[in-house]
Design a protein around this ligand. Sequence first.
Ligand code: PNS
Length: 169
Amino acid sequence: MSKTALFPGSFDPITNGHVDLLGRACDLFEKIIVTVAVNNTKTALFTGDERVEMIQHAIQDKPWASQVVVEQFQGLLIDYARQKDTKILIRGVRQISDFEYEFRMALTNRRLAPEVDTVFLMPDEQLTFISASVVKEIAAWGGDLSSFVPEPVATALRQKFNGNASSST
Ligand code: PNS
């Protein structure tokens, strides 16, 4: 039985949906390594360091915060899982439309590393419509972010869009 699971993603930025999933994952596993992908094909708004810092601030008051470590990774996820000696990847599925992409990714990872399994978790239904891209769009137009992201993330988004909003990784 694996005591440690990876929770990989872009987290650009972390949303309330991610935080909800993380809490659920902490109920199931002793330790969760939030793995922030910094070399995927998506162009990121926040740097890897910024994303890690936002996640740490966003969860610091949670009762399960001590179970979580936040790291950046480059390369293939399964290589990182092997390096961390874990066989479990946690992914969130919000709606049926997520499933095709998630299913393809899980089976690709399984082909590359048969010992690694993906565990799918559903967030609270009130949060299923939230995505990092929607959050960035709201932020770009100065909308109210309070029910979408933790306060430190809302602050970082406001700073990003009030200042230099150019993309970086
Ligand atoms: O939050 P996201 O953008 O949906 O996360 C996707 C992520 C980062 C988990 C995925 O792109 C990934 O694992 N990238 C690392 C490269 C890799 O291992 N690719 C093979 C699996 S498709």
